[in-house]
Design a protein around this ligand. Structure first.
Ligand SMILES: [Zn+2]
Length: 168
């Protein structure tokens, strides 16, 4: 008996090419989901960046929209929030906590954000707590930060600055 050949009803479509570039930008621009959806999804495994925008808002609120490094008031996008320990190298989840976030002026290539990203050694970013070693294990809430309007302070886990004494 002759076998019937499998037929496709529609021809195979060409694969959509993967868009390159701008993927990092997109990640920071995830729109918040409506509350009901967010609650329903809360129990499911969420992406490492889920809730990041809310955290960024919390950091901006804590800092009064002011650059922690120079005291300049930041009026533009929420993306002016810097991760003291970056989100790479499997550290995504640990990096997304309020104590790890600082409001900084500029972009990753300009202003204070640019300085801490591009020339951290020159500006002693680790000494001043603006940057944490990528592979370090410290809880960011335990590493003091030199804050433009406060001096040395600890970024608490619940989103406050706690002024502290740091030996010179
Ligand atoms: Zn600044």
């Amino acid at each position: 008996m002759k076998r019937t050949e499998l037929k496709r009803k529609t021809p195979l479509k060409a694969k959509t090419p993967i868009k390159r570039g701008g993927s990092q930008l997109k990640r920071t621009q995830i729109k918040p989901k409506p509350a009901a959806k967010a609650v329903r999804k809360a129990s499911k495994k969420s992406s490492p960046n889920a809730g990041l925008e809310a955290l960024n808002k919390q950091a901006r609120l804590r800092d009064g929209d002011t650059c922690v490094m120079c005291g300049l008031v930041v009026i533009d996008r929420l993306s002016n929030v810097h991760h003291r320990r970056n989100r790479g190298a499997g550290g995504s989840r640990a990096a997304n906590v309020i104590s790890n976030l600082l409001t900084l002026c500029g972009t990753p290539v300009s202003g204070c954000h640019g300085d801490v990203t591009l020339r951290p050694a020159e500006i002693h970013a680790e000494r001043y707590g603006w940057k944490l070693p990528t592979n370090g294990k410290q809880d960011p809430a335990t590493v003091p930060v030199l804050v433009a309007w406060l001096g040395w302070a600890l970024p608490t886990a619940d989103g406050e600055w706690l002024p502290v004494e740091v030996a010179p």
